[in-house]
Design a protein around this ligand. Structure first.
Ligand code: AMP
Length: 215
């Protein structure tokens, strides 16, 4: 399965992508996670990406396309991956098709996850994550067992992502509307889009996703 999860920040792409990848043994390619790791390691890509990420803006297409080209070519991603956070522009979607075509592959499915804007703002400001395993929690709806530490890393305090501050969240949603939401039409027009509501419990959304994927 070569799958793209599309949708606004906070809709649950990361949580659902992580679970799909773990349960179906697909590689998870989360461009946001790859970039945050590069920022933490202060690589040249990380330093350049950080300037865009802090402002809630997109990192340039050529950088992202190169990154996904390399990652999707690694052995674990051969034939089975879920892309979370890529493509985010029409140029990235075109590049993804060409890179897969050049390997004799194609995308099997594109899932569009949706939720109302105010729900996304609420979720993102309550979102916390484990800095070690990147597991996501929500202070209101999905807190960790002890309210503070990662369930899987009990000595590690959960943190808020810098770009989850409310002003940056609003900017990211604006950027999504302008630059990424046209991809819904792009894939719908090609008959490749399957739409799933990102509302309800994580388990419920996960069930709907599997139903939409026929697995
Ligand atoms: P995410 O974790 O997917 O919300 O991504 C966090 C940030 O990383 C975004 O707000 C962008 O600044 C950057 N980013 C992640 N994926 C992409 C992409 N495909 N194109 C451009 N920027 C990206």
């Amino acid at each position: 399965m070569r799958l793209v999860l599309l949708g606004p920040p906070g809709v649950g792409k990361g949580t659902q992508g992580r679970r799909l990848a773990a349960e179906h043994h697909w590689a998870l390619i989360s461009t946001g996670e790859i970039l945050r790791d590069a920022v933490a390691r202060k690589t040249s890509l990380g330093l350049e990406a950080q300037r865009c990420m802090e402002k809630g803006m997109l990192v340039p297409d050529d950088m992202m396309i190169g990154l996904v080209r390399d990652r999707s070519n690694e052995a674990d991603a051969d034939g089975r991956f879920v892309l979370d956070g890529f493509p985010r522009t029409v140029a990235q979607a075109d590049a993804l098709d060409s890179m897969l075509q050049s390997r004799g592959h194609r995308l099997d499915a594109v899932i569009g996850l949706e939720a109302p804007k105010e729900e996304l703002v609420k979720r993102l400001s309550a979102r916390r994550e484990c800095p070690v395993c990147q597991r996501a929690y929500n202070r209101a709806s999905a807190p960790p067992r002890d309210g503070r530490h990662c369930d899987d890393h009990p000595s590690v305090d959960l943190v808020q992502r810098e770009d989850d501050a409310e002003a940056t969240v609003r900017k990211r949603l604006e950027v999504y509307e302008k630059q990424t939401s046209p991809l819904l039409e792009y894939y719908r027009g090609q008959g490749r889009l399957r739409e799933v509501k990102g509302l309800g419990s994580v388990d419920e959304v996960y069930r709907q996703l599997n139903r939409a994927l026929g697995c």
